[in-house]
Design a protein around this ligand. Structure first.
Ligand code: G4P
Length: 297
């Protein structure tokens, strides 16, 4: 990871605009903080692409765009990289962010960055109108950095998907796993699906009711998994519920977008989550500092 960071830092020195691809359903959780740090250090503008907008809740996506567009040096746009006309807007947007390169002599140098599975390869292929990067729903398919010409006076550098070593908030880990940015073996599907179920029940109960024909009132995450398992006949030998199978059904339905357009976080929900997590940490560390004296006279 240190070498990936070094490569990204070196590459950033030689580009004009960072194209950061995130997942529109979880834009902050799917943003590697290292990308922002490197970019600010080098003072590079950022086109923040909230990709897979076709799967995300449009109201939440709009709230995120307003949130990012207030940040200096950032232009946020919602796209579906699978849609060629969305991808085609990207070079002109980058050009607006680097007007100093628009003198007819200097090429505009763009670099695509982002965590695995947010759609970097899909975007790259759409921009180049040919298949240069392998697209896959398994994390970390692009392995090497490559720079390609993107028509006259424009180059595009592709970087491998980069996760960061320590995810600060547990809920970010669950959101990333639900959206398949963290690999299959790294997490327990049942735990992830229970977390996802909790969000769906809170924010999208009507979509749950419509998809599984169950009454979501009074359910929590674990009870939702059981209800999905019963509805879909997920049974183990002997007749008990196969919750692992129910978890995979819920996760796959979310990943494929068949539940409807869903966002796992909004600027408000994220601010609340951080406030609660930070308060819990502060309390825990106050407890740790108090404990050495416990019992002393
Ligand atoms: P990466 O390079 O960042 O790792 O991501 P990649 O392009 O490989 O895309 C990961 C998955 O996300 C692929 O799904 C891809 O098709 C899908 N994807 C990319 N952009 C969009 C988008 O705007 N909307 C939607 N709905 N999906 C998108 P896959 O299941 O592996 O492939 P496929 O069967 O969809 O082709």
């Amino acid at each position: 990871m240190a070498s990936a960071r070094k490569k990204a830092a070196d590459a950033m020195a030689a580009i004009d605009v960072v194209i950061e691809v995130t997942d529109a359903r979880l834009p902050e959780a799917s943003s590697n903080p290292m990308i922002g740090e490197l970019r600010r250090f080098r003072n590079r503008p950022c086109l923040k692409l909230l990709n897979k907008a076709d799967l995300a809740d449009p109201a939440a996506t709009q709230a995120w765009m307003d949130f990012y567009n207030r940040q200096p040096g950032v232009k946020a746009v919602a796209i579906s990289a699978k849609n060629p006309s969305d991808a085609a807007r990207v070079p002109a947007l980058c050009r607006q962010l680097a007007p100093h390169r628009d003198d007819g002599t200097k090429p505009l140098r763009m670099m695509i960055m982002g965590i695995p599975n947010v759609g970097k390869s899909t975007l790259m292929n759409a921009l180049l109108k040919r298949k240069v990067a392998k697209v896959g729903d398994e994390p970390a398919v692009t392995k090497h950095q490559q720079t390609l010409d993107l028509g006259p006076g424009m180059t595009l550098t592709d970087t491998p998907g980069m996760m960061w070593p320590k995810i600060d908030y547990d809920s970010d880990g669950y959101m990333l796993a639900a959206s398949h940015a963290i690999g299959r073996n790294a997490v327990i599907d049942e735990e992830v699906a229970t977390f996802l179920g909790g969000i769906l029940l809170e924010r999208y109960p009507a979509l749950i009711a419509a998809r599984y024909r169950i009454d979501p009132a009074q359910l929590d995450g674990p009870a939702l998994l059981e209800a999905v398992g019963r509805r879909r006949g997920c049974l183990v030998k002997g007749g008990g519920l196969d919750l692992e199978k129910a978890a995979l059904i819920l996760l796959q339905d979310y990943r494929d977008g068949v539940l409807g357009r869903i966002s796992l976080e909004t600027p408000e929900s994220r601010a609340r989550m951080i406030a609660v997590a930070d308060a819990a940490r502060a309390e825990a560390s106050a407890g740790d500092q108090a404990s050495p004296d416990d019992g002393e006279e």
